[in-house]
Ligand binder design. Structure first.
Ligand code: A2P
Length: 354
């Protein structure tokens, strides 16, 4: 059986630590692993299947002899290093937005569009965490009744902004409980001018703003959804709009999704049945028993949880639902490792000659 040399780029980060544990549990036959991060972490010790692995500084030559790269070290690092990894023969599954809109790069949610994997050129993109859970929940409904419109509002956990943003929010919360003022240096986004506290607050900004007033996170949700569902990032087959909000939750994004279907005959009972039957989705929908998805109970799980399904009482064929998933697992590490498993299964861990 072929065994693979696997590198995890960003191994010391919030998603990186989950990539390590997902890879440990995966079906991928691993020959050796390399853990890569910034110079700051070089020499740090991490573990893989009870073996100690020393973290190395990521450089182009770190990828010599590597078959498969699982990457989550930020867009700038991916842009710089992944083409170098591909040049050295490695196939890369990237968690950042660096290559998602590139026509040569498949954007994959396993179970939804993994038929696109076969046309990769060395890099495969993992969608944004908030896109993955929405598309996972909508895909079976789209397949049966056709999506016409999606209006989504997100409630996104701080861990999606990385470990240092997560630490910052915890420090703000502690300061507030001590009657002190917490410091805000990172959120809503490190690259923008102003910073605000997230603890006991809501920030309707994730990433920077575009000229049209949408945040880049909202832009990503719109165009990634179209690329995944219609294989065209600008498709007009369904209308998609989004409002993305950072909330003071540690792990687990919540999404209020309003959607309308082309086929107006769908009922709430049929939608519940489709969700309950779909692999990777868990129906938690019983208002009488106060059963609905929550971030605390979704954290640490790989599934996408769906509840509060109800019809729009004034528009036929339109519905609302509430979808929650662990953004670090379902929205990142599990999706990445599932993509890698598909690549292995289909014998696609090779860079095609272009
Ligand atoms: P490090 O821990 O050495 O900074 P998070 O998303 O939780 O913020 O994690 C980001 C990950 O990306 C970390 O593993 C971090 O390593 C890594 N990283 C940041 N900058 C670089 C870089 N220039 N080269 C390689 N890895 C980097």
């Amino acid at each position: 059986m072929k065994r693979y040399v696997v590198a995890i780029l960003g191994a010391t980060g919030a998603v990186g630590s989950r990539l390590i544990s997902e890879l440990e549990q995966s079906k991928i036959p691993v020959a050796t692993v390399r853990f890569l991060a910034s110079k700051r972490s070089a020499g740090k010790k991490l573990h893989f299947k009870n073996r100690e692995i020393i973290v190395e500084e990521a450089t182009p030559d770190s990828f010599s002899g590597v078959d498969l790269v699982l990457s989550s070290a930020g867009g700038a690092v991916s842009k710089k290093l992944l083409p170098e990894a591909v040049k050295r023969g490695a196939v890369c599954v990237d968690n950042t937005s660096a290559f998602r809109m590139d026509d040569q790069v498949p954007l994959i949610v396993p179970g939804v569009n993994d038929d696109q994997l076969a046309c990769h050129h060395g890099i495969i993109a993992n969608p944004n965490c908030s896109t993955i859970q929405m598309v996972a929940a909508l895909a079976p409904l789209h397949q049966r009744w056709g999506l016409e419109q999606i209006i989504v509002s997100t409630y996104q956990a701080v861990s999606g902004a990385g470990q240092s943003a997560w630490n910052e929010m915890l420090q703000q919360a502690q300061a507030r409980l001590n009657g002190e003022e917490g410091k805000a240096n990172i959120l809503p986004t490190a690259s923008d001018k102003k910073h605000y506290p997230l603890a006991f607050n809501l920030l309707p900004q994730i990433d920077v703003f575009e000229d049209d007033g949408y945040s880049h996170e909202e832009w990503k949700m719109i165009h990634e959804t179209k690329k995944i569902l219609f294989n065209d990032q600008d498709s007009s087959r369904a209308k998609v709009t989004a409002t993305c909000v950072r909330v003071p939750v540690e792990i687990g994004h919540g999404e209020s999704i309003y959607f309308s279907l082309e086929d107006k005959s769908a009922t709430v009972a049929e939608i519940r049945k489709e969700i309950a039957q779909a692999p990777g989705l868990v129906l938690q929908d019983n208002p009488q028993e106060q059963l609905y998805p929550q971030p605390l109970s979704a954290a640490g799980k790989k599934e996408t949880f769906v509840g509060r399904i109800r019809e729009d009482l004034e528009n036929a064929g339109a519905f609302q639902m509430w979808v929650v998933a662990d953004n670090l697992l379902r929205g990142a590490a599990s999706n990445t490792v599932e993509i890698a498993e598909e690549l292995v299964k289909k014998d696609l861990v090779k860079v095609p000659n272009n």
